[in-house]
Design a protein around this ligand. Sequence first.
Ligand SMILES: *Cc1c(COP(=O)(O)O)cnc(C)c1O
Length: 277
Amino acid sequence: MYFKAEHLQKTGAFKIRGATNKVKQAVKEGATFITAASSGNHGQAVAYIANRLGVPATIVVPIDAKISKQEAIEAYGGQIEKCGTTSAERLPRAMELAKEHHGEFIPPYDDPLIMAGQGTIGLEILDQLEDVDAVIVPIGGGGLISGILTAIKETKPTVKVIGVEPDTANDTLLSLQHNKIMSIPASTTIADGLRTTQPGNMTFPVVQKYLDDLVLVSDEEIRMAQKFVLERMKQLIEPSSAVTVAAAMENKLGINNKNVICVLSGGNVDVGELSLI
Ligand SMILES: *Cc1c(COP(=O)(O)O)cnc(C)c1O
């Protein structure tokens, strides 16, 4: 097995790829202010790249956002605004802020430039491992997998791409089974980057067109995989990232003796949560 080590990426997750692509374009088109609505990896990535490009960014986070996450956003040069506890409250506030300041709102996944940025992972994989047979990818809103699917299936369609969701955040699996976007109640899975309640309007058609298979893993399996990677590989990955390793360890991929790449999507872990594994 091989691992695409996005947990070692700048800001600790792959999100910097899409954020860079989108924020650069916004700035090129004249935006002088950037907003996003995420206390997690997307918020950190947007804060970091806006700061690098010399544009102020305000990240709207829930009132109960972890202090460590707020501090990370601020350390990357972002301003914090607190609003509500749900994304239904944060999203409109971030969009309103963008409008007020003639800036641009940067969505987390449902955007062609975000999807294309995440897709550079797929291009790199094809470059880096000539005889790759399968790529295993976590699915939240679907920006990561739709970018990777486009890059791989439109270049080398024989490579299998398999998605992984937590069993309690199976919105994409349900949507595939019903052939339309389906919504689920908010999940409390430990894979907090995968708690989306439905796939994106732009990401889902790509998943529908190209995805080979989708498997589910439990929180228990995710923890075991995260612990294994820490103990045996000496790498710290976050639960949203460990789902791909969990799917392999639990023999859910239906693949043997092949070159498999697990995308390790991120490594941002609150040290307080480490004791849980
Ligand atoms: C955002 C995120 C995901 C899911 O990406 P989507 O584009 O929403 O599918 C997976 N892992 C990590 C670490 C993330 O931050």
